[in-house]
Design a protein around this ligand. Structure first.
Ligand code: PMP
Length: 441
């Protein structure tokens, strides 16, 4: 396995087909907003490994903290005792929480596991079973999380039966109602809240409903921020009916949207918050946060996991939280976000572009769907070329940048590092705009 080509051949032969890849190459090194491939190419990374390396690849302070922790304690099993980084991380996260009631934590490894834990907790503390998820949601690929995932059937096809007791309510995304992108948020909100009320009357009684789970910005399902009034409406219904509100900020959390957490745009209090990805800048770590009042209802040993809250990952999380503050990351997110929307604005006049939306550095460009290939898109523009989003992403790759699509609709998503420089942001936007123009014309 000497050459890059032989490594790639080995990988293609021995790594499961169940994983899809953007590029048949080995990623050798990551530094800031760039990754270097084994074939010698250095690529601008607008994916952050799917919204994970928010401080860029191999942030020196995060890597140093992890290396230091490696020499002290790697595995401090959470069912044996506390360990320092676990407690220090809670100390750092407490002031960042979107509501002061969120003061009880447990850490796990992945976002999916955090979602599983949140569902277990909701069922255990309410004594009720059913969970309502939102259309277009993505909550993960493990069995419980997969049952809550509503963005694309590829994630569940062939894997049924899924976890029972899951119901689906519409999310205020114009596509879901075959409406145009200019539809006012208030109209979408009332349509969705009415449908939710019907769901509670016709399909799952509040007496059987433990929780509603929502991403405040739908991620894989199209990068659509939920209107604040919709989230406020959900909170009211939950309060009225004794239903818990689980807010999944696995992708939108940790400064990504220009606030610590996207839910802050609505002022809504989550009963349970799930976090992961940006929490430890690339080290596998997730968290389930609730009030002490809720978590006190759990029986000891009903939660846990061998690697849950790994000490090295927690130490990386502490350094990540410190860097957010020390390096004024929030300021950079908001300044770069304005520039990003400015660079994309001229694309609005293109017939191929349906919508440009987002918050902070979680931004989407949605293209018109070609005839017949969209899930349901009455606005399809027959003159738009096929599969715009993946073609644009591929063209960007040829020009030296990785950028992702979402799993639903013709959407390209911008998730650059939160500390990206002015120059690198401009470079990436120039590549993107050029790619769109080349494909459209
Ligand atoms: N929830 C959301 C909102 C996500 O975006 C994701 C991952 N894309 C998950 C849960 C699942 O996280 P993981 O892949 O770490 O299991």
């Amino acid at each position: 396995l000497q050459s890059h080509a032989s490594l790639v051949e080995f990988g293609k032969r021995h790594v499961t087909k169940g994983i899809a890849r953007q590029v048949e190459a080995v990623i050798e090194k990551g530094e800031g907003s760039y990754i270097t491939l084994g074939d010698g190419r250095t690529m601008l990374d607008f994916t952050c490994g799917i919204a994970v390396t928010n401080l860029g690849h191999c942030h020196p302070k995060v890597s140093a903290a992890a290396a230091e922790q490696c020499m002290k304690l790697v595995h401090g099993q959470c069912s044996i005792g506390f360990h320092g980084p676990y407690l220090e991380l809670i100390e750092r996260l407490l002031p960042m929480m979107p509501h002061k009631s969120l003061d009880s934590f447990y850490f796990w490894n992945s976002g999916s596991e955090a979602v599983e834990g949140a569902v277990k907790m909701a069922r255990a503390v309410t004594g009720k079973q059913n969970i309502i998820a939102l259309q277009g949601a993505y909550h993960g690929r493990t069995y419980g999380a997969m049952a809550l995932t509503k963005s694309k059937t590829i994630y569940s096809e062939g894997f049924h039966p899924l976890m029972p007791g899951v119901f689906t309510a519409p999310f205020p995304y114009w596509h879901h109602f075959s409406l145009p992108p200019t539809t006012p948020a208030s109209q979408l909100t009332s349509l969705c809240l009415n449908q939710l009320e019907l769901l509670l009357q016709q399909q799952t009684s509040p007496k059987d409903t433990a929780a509603i789970i929502i991403e405040p910005v739908i991620g894989e399902g199209g990068y659509v921020p939920a209107p604040p009034e919709f989230l406020q409406g959900l909170r009211k219904i939950c309060d009225r009916d004794g239903i818990l509100l689980i807010v999944d900020e696995v992708q939108s959390g940790f400064l990504r949207t220009g606030k610590n957490f996207a839910i802050e745009y609505s002022g809504v209090r989550p009963d349970i918050l799930t976090v992961a990805k940006g929490l430890a800048n690339g080290f596998p770590l997730s968290g389930i946060v609730s009030s002490r009042e809720l978590s006190d209802k759990l029986k000891p040993s009903s939660m846990g996991g061998t690697y849950a809250g790994n000490a090295v990952a927690c130490a990386a999380g502490v350094a990540t939280a410190d860097a957010f503050k020390e390096e004024n990351i929030l300021e950079n997110v908001n300044a770069r976000s304005k520039e990003l929307f400015g660079y994309l604005e001229p694309l609005r006049s293109s017939a191929a572009v349906l919508d440009i939306r987002g918050q902070g550095l979680m931004v989407a460009v949605e293209f018109a769907s070609p005839t017949g290939t969209s899930i349901h898109d009455p606005l399809r523009n027959p003159s738009a070329p096929a599969k715009m989003a993946s073609r644009v992403s591929k063209r960007c790759q040829e020009k030296g940048m990785f950028i992702l699509t979402t799993s639903a609709y013709e959407v390209v998503r911008f998730i650059p590092a939160l500390n990206i420089s002015k120059e690198d942001l401009k470079k990436g936007c120039d590549i993107f705009v050029e790619a769109v123009e080349e494909i459209v014309h």
